[in-house]
Write a protein that binds this ligand. Structure first.
Ligand SMILES: Cc1cc2nc3c(=O)[nH]c(=O)nc-3n(C[C@H](O)[C@H](O)[C@H](O)COP(=O)(O)OP(=O)(O)OC[C@H]3O[C@@H](n4cnc5c(N)ncnc54)[C@H](O)[C@@H]3O)c2cc1C
Length: 427
C-alpha cells in the first residue's frame, strides 16, 4: 500500500480493476465482462503500455496452447480469430543425446493428436503476436470493458467495502477488487506485501523463428542438453516460408550472450548442431531474442481486495510450455469463483471468497513449478548416475501406457480440478 496523492482526480468507480494487459489480464477481462451485469465500464483494464497491435518481430515467443486453454479461448470468442495460425502438435519427441551426437534418437514419444474427449489435440503452437492481437481486439470491441492505457497502478488503499486505486496519469478509481496480472515483477504483489520464493536458473531462453529444409509434420522436439532444454515448436507456414518453427533454447546466461553476439553463420551452426538433421537445413527468419529464466512463486495469491493471477502469481521455467496455460487456468478458476460468489450475493472482494480461488489453484501451480524445476535440474546434469537414472525413467514412461496417457492429459491441461470454461462440453 502507498500513500495517496493529495486531491487526486476521481474517475467513475468500477467493480473490478485488472492491472496488466498481457495475455492473462486480457483473457481475464473477457472472462469477467458479464460480472458488471451488462453495465458499461464496470470491468476496467489498465496497462502501462498502449494496447496496440504487436509487430511481426516485437516478441518472437510462440506458445504451446493446451486443449483446455483452447476451449476457454473458444468460449471467449478468440480462438476462431487465430485458428488458422495455430499448428496442431502431432507428436512430441524427447531426447537427451550429448551435444555433439550426429543423431538425436527420441527417448520418449507422445502422439498428441485427438487425445481429448472432444477430439482436440493436446497442444497447438501459436505465435505470441497473433494471440495478443486477437485478445486485444476482442477486449477493445467489448463495450462492457473500460480500457485505461497507457497508465500505471502506482498504489492503492484498502477500505472496508472497496479499494481505492491510484493511477499515475488518470487519477483515482474505486473498485471492489484489484486483479493483479502485472507480470513476474508485479508491483501490486509487492505493494500488497505478498512475499515470493525466487530461483534464478542462471539460464537465458533464446527465442528465434526459423525456416526448415523439410516439413515438420507437426512434430515438436525437446532435446535435453547439458546446458538446458532445446525445443523446436512447429509453426504454420506462411507465404514466404512453407516450413517454419519456433525455438526455445535454454543456455547458461553467459553462453547465451556469447551465442547472441555471434550472429550470422556461426549462430546458425550452433543452432543446427542442437537441432540435428531431421528437419534439414535451418534458416534464421527472425531473432534471436533472449529472456532471463527464473522461477518466482508468490507465497500467497491473495491479500485484502487483491488477487494475483498469471506470472504475477507464478513464473515457471518454459521447458514444458506451461506458463501462459497456468495463467489461463487461473483466469478460468477465478472467474468461476467470483461469478458464483456474485450469484450468491457475496462480496467477491472478500478475502474468504478469494481464498477459495487460492486453494483451488495453489496446489496445481506449486506442483507444476516444482516439476519444471526438477526436470530442468535433472536434465541439465551430466553426472553419470543421474543420466542413467533419467534414461531408465524415460524408457519406463515410454512403455507404461497409463503413465504416458497421464502425461499427455497433463500436457493438454486436463488433470486436476478443471474449471468449467476449460471443460469438454460445458459453456
Ligand atoms: C522463452 C519463453 C517461452 C515461453 N513459452 C511458453 C509456452 O510455450 N507456453 C506457455 O504457456 N507459456 C510460455 N511462456 C510463459 C509465458 O510467456 C508467460 O507465462 C505469460 O506471457 C505471462 O503472461 P502475463 O499476462 O501473466 O504477464 P506479462 O505478459 O508479463 O504481462 C504483464 C502486463 O502487465 C503490465 N504492467 C506491469 N506493471 C503494471 C502496472 N503497475 N500497472 C499496469 N500495468 C502493468 C505490462 O505492461 C504487461 O502488459 C514462455 C516464457 C518464456 C520466457
Amino acid at each position: 500500500m502507498t500513500r495517496p496523492r493529495r486531491n487526486p482526480k476521481k474517475i467513475p468507480a468500477c467493480e473490478i480493476l485488472i492491472a496488466g494487459g498481457g495475455l492473462v489480464g486480457l483473457a481475464q477481462a473477457l472472462a469477467l465482462a458479464d460480472l458488471g451485469d451488462g453495465d458499461q465500464g464496470k470491468i476496467v483494464l489498465v496497462d502501462r503500455a498502449p494496447l496496440t497491435p504487436k509487430s511481426k518481430t516485437q516478441d518472437l515467443r510462440a506458445f504451446a496452447i493446451t486443449a483446455a486453454s483452447r476451449r476457454m479461448l473458444t468460449r471467449l470468442g478468440v480462438w476462431e480469430k487465430i485458428a488458422k495460425h495455430a499448428q496442431p502438435v502431432s507428436k512430441m519427441l524427447i531426447s537427451d543425446s550429448p551435444l555433439h551426437s550426429v543423431a538425436r534418437p527420441p527417448l520418449l514419444e507422445f502422439p498428441t493428436l485427438e487425445t481429448s474427449k472432444d477430439g482436440l489435440e493436446a497442444a497447438s503452437i501459436i505465435e505470441n503476436r497473433y494471440l495478443v492481437q486477437a485478445l486485444t481486439a476482442q477486449v477493445k470491441k467489448d463495450a462492457r470493458i473500460r480500457v485505461i492505457a497507457p497508465d500505471r497502478v502506482t498504489g492503492f488503499e484498502t477500505g472496508p467495502g472497496s479499494i481505492t486505486v491510484q493511477l499515475e496519469r488518470t487519477g483515482e478509481i474505486d473498485a471492489r477488487l484489484i486483479i493483479a496480472a502485472d507480470g513476474a515483477r508485479s508491483g501490486i504483489r509487492r505493494m500488497a506485501g505478498i512475499k515470493t520464493m525466487d530461483w534464478d536458473y542462471g539460464q537465458s531462453g533464446i527465442v528465434a523463428t526459423i525456416g526448415l529444409g523439410r516439413p515438420h509434420k507437426g512434430r515438436a522436439i525437446q532435446h535435453f542438453l547439458p546446458a538446458g532444454p532445446f525445443a523446436m515448436l512447429p509453426l504454420v507456414g506462411d507465404k514466404d516460408d512453407a516450413h517454419r518453427g519456433s525455438l526455445v533454447w535454454s543456455e547458461k546466461a553467459d553462453e547465451a550472450q556469447r551465442l547472441l553476439a555471434l550472429g550470422g553463420q556461426e549462430f546458425l551452426d550452433a543452432l543446427q548442431l542442437r537441432l540435428g538433421l531431421q528437419f534439414g537445413g535451418a534458416r534464421l527468419l527472425a531473432g534471436p531474442q533472449s529472456f532471463p529464466l527464473g522461477m518466482t512463486l508468490a507465497r500467497g495469491f491473495t491479500a485484502p481486495r487483491v488477487v494475483l493471477i498469471g506470472d504475477a502469481a507464478h513464473k515457471v521455467h518454459p521447458l514444458a510450455g506451461q506458463g501462459a496455460n497456468l495463467g489461463f487456468k487461473d483466469v478460468a478458476a477465478l472467474s468461476e469463483t467470483l461469478i458464483e460468489a456474485h450469484r450468491l450475493g457475496e462480496d467477491y472482494g472478500n478475502l474468504l471468497v478469494l481464498e477459495r480461488y487460492q486453494s483451488w489453484r495453489r496446489f496445481d501451480v506449486v506442483t507444476n513449478a516444482l516439476a519444471m524445476d526438477g526436470m530442468n535440474r535433472v536434465f541439465s546434469n551430466e553426472l553419470p548416475g543421474i543420466k542413467q537414472l533419467r534414461d531408465v525413467g524415460l524408457a519406463l514412461v515410454d512403455r507404461v501406457l497409463p503413465l504416458k496417457s497421464l502425461m499427455t492429459r497433463e500436457a493438454a491441461g486436463e488433470t486436476g480440478r478443471v474449471p468449467a470454461l476449460m471443460r469438454v462440453g460445458e459453456a
